[in-house]
Design a protein around this ligand. Structure first.
Ligand code: GDP
Ligand code: MN
Length: 395
């Protein structure tokens, strides 16, 4: 699950990671109030106004701006709230900005002593360990740094049995070229950041930039935080941060029924049990010249209710010209699934696109017979090649 910057920073702060003070606003009036409150709290005379959307690269797209007066705050908030922010990480039409984060300016007095670093925590799939990836060349496009100066990207692998060690945090601070107070603060920052990552069951923290101020404090000025969905059951407070506005409406509905659905651009809807079989089915559709309209795993327990919901979700996509159901009956019996399909077809009514059902495994013959005898416009097959031929004939 992706979080907004202000939500990610709230988690960081809980674990003692230094973040600038900020307040979320939904209108220019609230933005001005927030700016005044921050001024009282921190003495800041300038603020940054930051669009809160699930996408990076906001600065370049005009979604992060410095305000030098309260009038500025109002004007900029008015510009940004309601805009469709376009960045390299948004769809071409952009993302509607509903909220802004008003934050104390960390860069004033704008001296050259301010330094920007890059730091992220993520899983290294090759070693099966979390790692801290960091670079003294932060603030800018980290992909470009990786390409042009790969020697400027460092990694520190964390042993899961002992967690981050002091010497590792010191190595990070050393590689950033720090000394004295800034060195000590960076050590604290790295340790707290790693603990926050572990404690919140995150799958990605990306802090770009981490800033060293002219008075040697270290802050997370930006925060991209992704939480592992499988851990949300034990993080109710984080789950409550979910923003459905940022997600695809069909995918949101699918998740309500525990269906793993990802929308794609093709025209053959797929309903499959098991992620591996779903991937293989998409390959098969592509190899026979079609394009899958979605990935959909109805899960191991493909019961009648879930089959029906899956049909409804696939049918919401106007591009779908045919549906291929590919179910392997292992624990679940094919005749039960077939009955579920027949019931769903009748319950939904007016389905005017062809449905091809391929059942294999326990009671496959009985399942096929049930469909063939139902009198519905549902085509059945047992072999996958037959199913794929049927799809091609129909399209
Ligand atoms: P992103 O573009 O979505 O990655 O958003 P960031 O939070 O990284 O902000 C983009 C850029 O705005 C940063 O790289 C900074 O250069 C600048 N910026 C962020 N916070 C401040 C601030 O407090 N003061 C000033 N003057 N600039 C800031
Ligand atoms: Mn950033």
């Amino acid at each position: 699950m992706n979080l907004h910057e202000h939500q990610g920073k709230a988690i960081l702060a809980q674990y003692g990671v230094a973040v600038p003070q900020g307040i979320v606003a939904e209108s220019p009036e609230q933005a001005v109030e927030a700016a005044k409150t921050l001024q009282t709290k921190t003495g800041t005379k300038m603020w940054v106004v930051k669009a809160q959307v699930h996408a990076g690269g906001r600065g370049k797209g005009g979604g992060v701006k410095l305000a030098k007066s309260l009038d500025d705050v109002e004007k900029i908030a008015d510009q940004i709230i309601g805009m469709h922010l376009v960045t390299p990480q948004t769809p071409p039409e952009g993302k509607l900005v509903r909220k802004v984060l008003i934050q104390e300016d960390m860069y004033s007095p704008g001296s050259s002593e301010i330094l920007e670093y890059y730091m992220s925590v993520l899983l290294n799939r090759k070693t099966g360990r979390n790692m801290i990836m960091y670079s003294p060349r932060g603030g800018m496009n980290i992909e470009a740094v990786a390409e042009e100066t790969p020697d400027q990207i460092f990694t520190e692998e964390i042993d899961p049995t002992v967690g981050i060690q002091g010497f590792q945090a010191r190595k990070i601070a050393f590689n950033f070229g720090l000394s004295g107070t800034a060195f000590k603060n960076m050590v604290k920052f790295a340790v707290a950041l790693y603990k926050a990552y572990e404690g919140s069951d995150a799958s990605l923290f990306e802090i770009n930039p981490v800033v060293k101020t002219s008075d040697n404090r270290i802050f997370a000025v930006d925060a991209k935080v992704v939480i592992d969905n499988n851990s949300l059951y034990r993080h109710r407070d984080i789950l409550a941060m979910r923003d459905l506005n940022e997600e695809d409406p069909i995918e949101v509905e699918a998740s309500r029924y525990d269906l793993n659905y990802v929308k794609l651009d093709g025209n053959v809807g797929c309903m499959v049990n098991g992620a591996g079989l779903a991937m293989a089915t998409m390959d098969m559709i592509k190899m026979s010249g079609g394009e899958p309209a979605n990935f959909l795993d109805v899960g191991g327990a493909a019961n009648a209710k879930r089959v029906e919901e899956a049909f409804r979700i696939i049918l919401k996509d106007p591009n779908v010209k045919a549906i291929l159901v590919n179910i392997f009956g292992g624990i679940v019996r094919c005749d039960r699934v077939a009955q579920g399909i027949v019931d769903a077809y009748q319950n939904i009514g007016d389905i005017d696109i062809p449905i091809i059902v391929r059942l294999q495994g326990t009671n496959a013959e009985e399942g096929k017979q049930l469909i063939d005898e139902s009198g519905l416009k549902v085509h059945s097959a047992i072999a996958l090649e037959d199913a794929s031929k049927l799809v091609n004939e129909i399209l």
